[in-house]
Design a protein around this ligand. Structure first.
Ligand code: ADP
Ligand code: MG
Length: 462
């Protein structure tokens, strides 16, 4: 009797001895070095074959259609008239009706319209005079939830809108740094020396006290002595976007996670969460820029804590799935525990010294649903929204293939050329991030406006 057998699933009837014979010898640490060196060779090979980005990113140009639809709200015919009447303005390149402009040129045109155009239209984005830049951190300890994509698109849309943006990459994987074409040879081009400098300054101050008291000094090693000389000029780099600057990241930045607690052991009074915030305040960064965007690693480590302590606006991306909702809940729980315990520790000491207590405060915190698929996830998103309430943004950032598809040399939809896509697809994809930005911008300008009112009130009282 012949049996026609359906084959077994591939995971049944496996033989342990055969399986063992396929295994290599147990792996020791040195094997990782070998893997890394093979990868480095492979990388070189791929780079020679033209696969690696050449580090020479260039921002594309913007057409009359885009400029008038997305960037400067005037009719195309009106733009053409204004250009004709003002031959000194950038005229754009290209034949016929559609001209192409660099972003620098768009910014020049915008300034022109702001000074000459109809005053009821917004040509330049709101930034109250004398108010410091707002710092926005994008964080969640889960990876792959859209932190970097959200942060990069927010930075680019704010730049297109006319804001001057500083992006700080705190993730040693450096995805944001690649997106912005950053060049980061080692940890000295990251935030590492800025935090080191903050610690070194605290040690110098402490040593003054100890000198007066005649007690032993804390030694500054070579790294810390060098860090004392570091300034923003050493770490901030330009990007291919005229109004986005970058403090990049690379693998060595991860060392900070080990070093920061060691420093703290050396000097208990050093506020290990404040280094980044002190840098932003003390070096005039908050006057030089409008918006500072912090991309964080998928962990609640010391770098993320520094980012959160420096932030005015905290955005927490998550997908509309059970697992991402669950882990985001835990993330908030960890934030609570972490910052409450810092406050408790500090305030105990402050009370003892008869000083006023401290507390962390954010202008606004918002969870954002990312990679949203309305056909599959609407119920889940509604439940999540019900639980988060006003802790969640109203707009759900749609899943859009444009994010991943833009290509090797361009990242995200603001860098992509719309002519590479079906117009309909482009418009919908772009809307996902335009609306994410619109909601962020409301948080931004609302917070500024509120600050200004409060300053006014205080001045009135004084
Ligand atoms: N709105 C979106 N639509 C489609 N894909 C997205 C969207 N946002 C993010 N992604 C993709 O999801 C993946 C993880 O995003 P990423 O921003 O790197 O997350 P994280 O920084 O949290 O690790 C990336 O491959 C990215 O291209
Ligand atoms: Mg990331």
């Amino acid at each position: 009797m012949s049996k026609s057998q359906t084959p077994l699933p591939p995971y049944l009837n496996l033989d342990p001895q055969v399986a063992a014979s396929k295994l290599p010898d147990p792996i020791d640490t040195a094997r990782f070095a070998k893997a890394a060196s093979f990868c480095a060779k492979g990388r070189e090979d791929l780079a020679q074959r033209g696969y690696a980005p050449d580090g020479q990113k260039r921002l594309r140009k913007f057409s009359t259609w885009e400029v008038t639809k997305y960037l400067i709200p005037v009719a195309p015919a009106h733009l053409r008239r204004v250009l004709k009447a003002n031959p000194d303005l950038p005229q754009g390149e290209g034949e016929g009706g559609s001209k192409w402009f660099t972003l620098e040129e768009v910014l020049t045109l915008r300034t022109h319209f702001a000074s000459e155009g109809v005053s009821t239209k917004e040509y330049l984005p709101y930034r109250p005079k004398g108010q410091p830049a707002k710092v926005a951190a994008v964080a969640n300890f889960k990876g792959g939830v859209g932190k970097t994509s959200t942060a990069a698109h927010l930075a680019m849309s704010a730049a297109l809108d006319g804001y001057k943006v500083l992006v700080i990459d705190l993730d040693s994987q450096g995805s944001m740094t690649s997106i912005l074409g950053g060049d980061v040879p080692d940890e000295w081009s990251t935030v590492f020396p800025l935090i080191a400098k903050d610690y070194a300054k605290a040690v110098v101050a402490e040593n003054e006290v100890r000198k007066a008291a005649g007690t032993a000094q804390i030694q500054l090693d070579e790294t810390l002595t060098e860090a004392l000389e570091v300034s923003s000029r050493n770490v901030i780099q330009n990007t291919h976007w005229p109004n986005i600057d970058l403090i990049g990241a690379q693998l060595n930045l991860y060392w900070a996670e080990f070093q920061i607690p060691v420093w703290r052991m050396g000097l208990r009074s050093w506020a290990l969460w404040d280094g980044l915030q002190n840098f932003l305040h003390d070096e005039g960064i908050l006057d030089d820029y409008d918006v500072v965007i912090l991309d964080t690693p998928p962990a609640l480590g010391y770098l993320t804590i520094n980012a959160l302590a420096a932030a005015d606006i905290l955005l927490v991306p998550l997908g509309a799935s059970f697992l991402e909702f669950d882990s985001t809940g835990r993330f908030f729980d960890m934030l609570y525990t972490t910052f409450a315990s810092i406050e408790e520790g500090e305030n105990a000491a402050l009370r003892k010294a008869g000083l006023p207590e401290m507390k962390f405060e954010w202008d606004v915190v918002r969870a954002i649903v990312t990679r949203f698929d309305a056909s599959q996830q609407t119920d889940m998103a509604n439940v999540i929204q019900a639980y988060f309430g006003d802790f969640m943004n109203a707009y759900r950032q749609d899943y859009t293939a444009l994010v991943g598809q833009a290509g090797e040399q361009v990242n995200g939809i603001y860098e992509a050329d719309y002519r590479d896509f079906n117009r309909e697809t482009y418009v919908r994809g772009r809307e996902a991030f335009d609306r994410t930005y619109a909601e962020f911008k409301e948080l931004l300008i609302g917070s500024w406006w509120r600050d200004e009112q409060m300053m006014g009130d205080e001045n009135g009282k004084a």
